[in-house]
Design a protein around this ligand. Structure first.
Ligand SMILES: NC(=O)c1ccc[n+]([C@@H]2O[C@H](COP(=O)([O-])OP(=O)(O)OC[C@H]3O[C@@H](n4cnc5c(N)ncnc54)[C@H](O)[C@@H]3O)[C@@H](O)[C@H]2O)c1
Ligand SMILES: O=P(O)(O)OC[C@H](O)CO
Length: 325
């Protein structure tokens, strides 16, 4: 099977390294010539993973090499959600029957469309699936035991074998968009936990709030028609990993918000929750239940100077005492 990975960044390079164990050759496509040369000449992604020797059957090319992409059987998007549409549109003329996997953990705003929907709109392809789970790229690329959920349905489930490795635990769901929604929500609640942890240092408080995040996340999943994913790696596992680990960009931006640190809108660092919270807030306007933590994160991004006041208001809204249930 000919596999192409779009986006030789943190995750795309790690995915290519994983799959390279199971194919003869895998192609990475990106826009940074320096990275492309480094991968092809030194088997190193000098920007995103400068200390990790890449398998020699990983080759890198400029995204303009559309014919090579056209020749692929499987295309894996490892592009941030904010750029997925533009890349899918750029390739739409050369795609006809490829299988696609989207790994972006974000949602389009203000359209509130999942990446699989965006890619289908731009390419017209039918077999578009999702991959998510508690996987920091820098650990995945080092073959650390990692877990992923593949959102896939139909007759192409054999592509799951491309991700086989002694250190990969993989569960599957036919709820392709539900897997995407898990990945979107976990980033938002990781940001919430980053803010909370700048105010609350207790273990009891941290885990009470983390459980409330999971509770709200599960309510949104159910209200959106995605039941039964709570035990998949893409749900509980990725929420806990991201919400508890300072390595996470989404948790880190929460820590910065909590400390009233200025966010640099021009930063090249990809933080999916910044836009996702606006999209999910729009989605939640149709729900018949409250989402106090989602509302809090949305306001925290907007009303920076009132974080402590927002925290106090949130705690009042989180009253789960039995008489209020
Ligand atoms: N980093 C992780 O640990 C990790 C793990 C799982 C999933 N993800 C998800 O994967 C997606 C990518 O994240 P990342 O961490 O790899 O980001 P990154 O910033 O490390 O890499 C993004 C890659 O996409 C490319 N890109 C961005 N915009 C582009 C455009 N307009 N045209 C062509 N190429 C473009 C960049 O050049 C880069 O190669 C995100 O949605 C993220 O949530 C990341
Ligand atoms: O750095 P983050 O917050 O984008 O998290 C990376 C991965 O999604 C962890 O599963």
């Amino acid at each position: 099977m000919k596999v192409s990975v779009l986006g030789p960044g943190s995750f795309g390079t790690a995915v290519a390294q994983l799959i390279s164990q199971n194919v003869n050759e895998i192609n990475l496509f990106g826009r940074n010539k320096d990275i492309i040369n480094s991968i092809n000449q030194k088997n190193i992604n000098n920007v995103y993973h400068p200390w990790v020797p890449l398998n020699e059957n990983i080759k890198a090319f400029k995204l303009e090499n559309k014919n090579l992409i056209m020749d692929s059987d499987l295309i894996i998007f490892c592009i941030p959600s904010g750029s997925t549409r533009i890349v899918a549109e750029y390739l739409s003329g050369v795609l006809d029957d490829q299988i696609v996997i989207s790994t972006a953990k974000g949602i389009e705003y203000p359209s509130v469309k999942y990446m699989t929907q965006v890619i289908k709109e731009e390419t017209g392809l039918d077999n578009i699936f999702s991959l998510s789970g508690p996987t920091f790229a820098d650990e995945l690329i080092r073959n650390v035991l990692s877990a992923v959920t593949m959102g896939i349905r139909g007759s192409h489930k054999d592509i799951i074998n491309l991700f086989k490795s002694p250190n990969i635990l993989l569960d599957v769901s036919e709820d392709v968009e539900g897997v995407e929604l898990c990945s979107i929500l976990k980033n938002i609640y990781a940001t919430a936990m980053g803010i909370f942890d700048t105010y609350y240092q207790g273990n009891n408080e941290h885990n009470a709030l983390l459980n409330l995040c999971f509770k709200e996340m599960d309510s949104i999943l159910r209200a959106s028609g995605h039941m039964g994913l709570y035990s998949n790696f893409c749900s509980f596992g990725d929420l806990v990993l991201t919400a508890n680990t300072d390595k996470s960009r989404n948790r880190t931006i929460g820590l910065m918000l909590g400390k009233n640190m200025k966010l640099d809108p021009s930063s090249p660092v990809n933080v999916e929750s910044i836009k996702s919270v606006k999209a999910i807030k729009m989605m939640s306007n149709n729900y018949n239940f409250k989402t106090p933590i989602l509302d809090f994160v949305d306001l925290a991004f907007d009303e920076r100077e009132d974080i402590r006041q927002l925290m106090n208001q949130l705690i009042k809204r989180l009253d789960y005492s039995p008489i209020n249930l």
